[in-house]
Ligand binder design. Structure first.
Ligand code: UDP
Length: 254
């Protein structure tokens, strides 16, 4: 088989040219980075779990009318998605104070916010993804006011839907980061949800114990990263039968 052309290698994913024009293969790696890649690590099987978790969440969101780039999962670590033009803005939605918000504004971690808050960050590794306002986004032309309206309303709908979905499996959706892209259909363009939704990009706390089940386990050296991601996948009902490994493990004969 001819080697696929690699389009881009990110911190947790590699993108390859897809089999048809306008498609891309997203390959999920086991690599973990934090603090703009100043801290690096690996969690065995994380890519396999993230591939499943993101597939599941994108499909559920599509069912409730959120347009996404997701087409189908291809194998343990890869999914086929539509090629979009990524809008260079990270959209963060918060329900409970944590991370940079807690730090910046001096709010105790775990405080329920008076309402969900949407924040925007300009995607730039060189600048450490600075927080920006709607004014910056429209003035510098990263997105039009109409696109930003769509992004804001989709982000809030995604938050409502995912908060309920996670609550149903005993998990609090504290905050998350999403990205959007432009998708062309002939002459028509629409903004769709892109990238991934995984424990790498969300804060997920156990409803009973408040235990952290996401990338903060890596950021804060809490250990048991693989176990936490596995538990998220298990509760969502998407844990691969053979476990997160690429190779099927031995099956016990009864
Ligand atoms: N987040 C992300 N990528 C980033 C920055 C943040 O996925 O480059 C996610 C993060 O996992 C959390 C939410 O966005 O769920 C809010 O992150 P925060 O601003 O608190 O920053 P952090 O504390 O993660 O640096």
């Amino acid at each position: 088989m001819a080697r696929r052309r690699q389009i881009y290698e990110g911190k947790a994913k590699v993108l390859f040219e897809g089999p048809e024009p306008g498609t891309i293969v997203q390959h999920f790696k086991d690599d973990l980075t934090a603090f703009n890649a100043k801290k690096k690590g690996v969690a065995a099987g994380k890519g396999v779990l993230n591939n499943r978790i993101s597939e599941y969440l994108m499909l559920r969101l599509a069912e409730v009318g959120i347009p996404t780039h997701f087409i189908r999962r291809l194998n343990m670590r890869e999914q086929l998605v539509r090629q979009v033009e990524i809008i260079p803005v990270e959209v963060v939605v918060r329900n409970i104070a944590a991370g940079s918000l807690a730090k910046r504004l001096g709010i105790d971690e775990g405080t329920t916010l008076p309402r969900s808050i949407v924040e925007y960050y300009y995607k730039s590794d060189d600048l450490d993804d600075p927080m920006v306002s709607e004014e910056h986004i429209t003035a510098f032309g990263w997105a039009t006011p109409q696109e930003l309206d769509d992004i804001m309303s989709m982000a809030l709908r995604i938050n409502d839907f995912l908060s309920g979905l996670f609550l149903g499996v005993g998990i609090r959706l504290v905050d998350f980061k999403i990205e959007f892209g432009r998708l062309w259909n002939d002459d028509e363009m629409r903004v769709v949800l892109a990238d991934e939704i995984t424990p790498d990009s969300c804060r997920l706390w156990d409803l009973q114990t408040n235990e952290c089940m996401d990338k903060d386990r890596f950021r804060r050296d809490l250990g048991k990263i693989e176990e936490a991601y596995q538990e998220v996948a298990r509760r969502l009902g998407v844990l691969p039968e053979s476990g997160p490994g690429d190779v099927k493990g031995p099956k016990l004969v009864q």
